[in-house]
Design a protein around this ligand. Sequence first.
Ligand code: ADP
Length: 247
Amino acid sequence: MTGVVEVENVWFVYDTNLALKDVSLNIEEGQYLGLIGPNGSGKTTLLRLMLGLLQPDRGSVRLFGEPSTDFRQRERIGYVSQRSTDRDTAMPMTVEEVVEMGRYAHRGRRRLQACDHRIIDEALERVGIADISEQRIDRLSGGQRQRAFIARALASEADLLVLDEPTVGVDASSRDNFYGLLSRLNKDGMTILLVEHDIDVITTHVDTVACINRELYYHGDSVSFLESDALTDAYGTHHGIIHHDHP
Ligand code: ADP
């Protein structure tokens, strides 16, 4: 398998605050990796290092085989942030216009052509929002909006989907449908990195778990994760871990 992201012995310090200590972690093509850890454990820092937005103090990070800070093919990464912090939702754009943005890197200076529209329509269909493509993005529910951002990533023909706690503020049934969609995309070959604080989501939906708290406490399959000591080691106690009671 090809390494999509390769993090090797990475250390990162903010001023005097050691955020990451000797973290090594790979994401292989086709993998669905869930990154979990308490607040302040370095998840965002690791994500920013992986995306080339920060440079490690020690160690190396490669993205599609290149040093992540040199990586320029940004359209290969589809990024979906928390709903509350996504500046795109403040713009009065339709769903279709948001998804069209996914073609910008491909079309260059030319107008959208029939092949672009076919890709856009397919992306809307795949995430199940073709029927609301004319609606304004800021008037959608949280779950629908996140689907639109995934469709934008599909339209840009991204090879890696990165989601940072994507269902904050999304109701429970839409959340289950949303993770169902991610699982289907992964089965169809999409590599997914999901940063998530909800332990049930991590153990139910992803195939591989990475648990960090400044250092890596666990990296392996999601089934063995719950049986390991990683949770208590990384969290100290089980406090702060979110569980949902399913009916
Ligand atoms: P998480 O995403 O898991 O909540 P972060 O990566 O945001 O964790 O933070 C890891 C540690 O680094 C925390 O102690 C946090 O306070 C610190 N930190 C994060 N960003 C900065 C920054 N810009 N300057 C200084 N310290 C920071």
